[in-house]
Design a protein around this ligand. Sequence first.
Ligand code: VG1
Ligand code: CO
Length: 540
Amino acid sequence: MIQTIATAPIAGQKPGTSGLRKKTAIFRQRAYLENFVQSIWNGIGGIAGKVLVLGGDGRAFNAEAVQIILKMAAASGAAKVIVGQNGLLSTPAASHLIRLRGADGGIILSASHNPGGDDGDFGIKYNTANGGPAPESVTNAIFEASEAIAEYQILTAPDLDLAVLGLSQMGDMAVEVVDPVSDYAALMEQLFDFAAIRALFASGFTLRFDAMHAITGPYAREILVNRLGAPEASVMNAVPLPDFGGGHPDPNPVWAHDLMEIMMGAQAPDFGAASDGDGDRNMIVGRGCYVTPSDSLAVIAANAHLAPGYAQGLAGVARSMPTSAALDRVAKARGLPCFATPTGWKFFGNLLDAGRATLCGEESAGTGSDHVREKDGLWAVLMWLNILAVKRQSVADVMNAHWAEFGRNYYSRHDYEGVDKAAAEALIADLRGRLDKLAGLPAGPLTVTQAEDFSYTDPVDGSVTAAQGIQIMFEGGARLVLRLSGTGTEGATLRVYMESFESTDFDMDPQTALGDLVLAAEALAGIKIRLGRDAPDVVT
Ligand code: VG1
Ligand code: CO
């Protein structure tokens, strides 16, 4: 029986950088999830007769949410939902499944790198038929629907057993439970030279992959251990847990500190990597050598042709605006078009669909290509392994050779987390108000040459997205970016991104190399006083 339940708008159901993210407890409140799911249906013009993909990263509330969404899809007339076994799918695997099956779209349940569990965060996002996160036009329509909602529809039916693979029915709707790993693993086999990587492992090359008790555990086991022959112990924290074992599944040197300790220790393996809650981020680290995500993107751009799936070369490359210009240097040297987009993978979709970019990346440990429409953690790991299998060099040697050829963009991001929202917004607003007067003025030890509020005109559909971060250039070529996070659930997070280019000295500590920029940021924005913080919470 289809029930129509009266409801009222719930304030704040506005998707951020990548979907709607809130505390798990908020999602558990009566009608919170239901309102948003109905708003998705309403915002995209209904789902009658449509085929959707559904899955999540397994965090607390994933299992309950999947059943609710199935019943709501059935009530609104969807033809079929393809769901990962036990309600699980990594974000890149979900994107692939949407494309592989020609589905009309999909719903991914994740708050990505945010901690999970009863006290953690939960999230939901809608991806369109190209497999990518819905563009702003669609997320705005969903938000508007959430502000006008008066009722939602849900089927009264028992929960489905999602442990069993295969077809079943929920009301008039077909439900197909699929293995979350196999299609994705097959895609990776098409893109990369598995024989060469297998030979690399057989030669004694050692790896440690940290799944951080999140979704990539089963994927990493199947691909790295079963298909590529790495020893079982190569994958650590491989069992997904609803609270990620109490950890913070964000693959950076701060949160993946256990892996970092191993990689910097005397017994370090040749190669280390980690992924995040939903499997779309990656961290790459060699023995004693951490690779900044912006550098990793540049190295991949310079070497992707070594992998079979990219042997024909790249059509173009793209990065988010705050990501370092290391990519631009490779693009320039190789004669490739290079695009700078606002933060968030949804802005790469049109470039990928139009064949104008093959490779994309973000400084926040997101790298990917046109094989799906999300960033892809294990893809990046396999790309590196493929490159190393061909070059037979250490990660440190690859980095040194890269910098010798292209120069080094020293890069760091300082995050001030959970700060007072009004204070953070005032900091940005005040700076924004002074931007056109900054050129020529000193800022700490540096001098401003140019200052702007980044606005993006999509080269494919002409849509304009304004106010995407404050970008300030200095004499000598250094660059500073300030923006507020769109993925947090408490207060605000200020991100300060710093970059400076160096053509000869490649062995500095990035924090030292960027010291003048830290002073300039403080002089321009008054971060310490305005936010009441002495130092950033996370430095990557
Ligand atoms: C952050 C990152 C951004 C990334 C986004 C989603 O957004 O900075 O680069 O695309 O997270 O990644 P923000 O608005 O907090 O800076 V994930 O792995 O959380 O889906
Ligand atoms: Co993620």
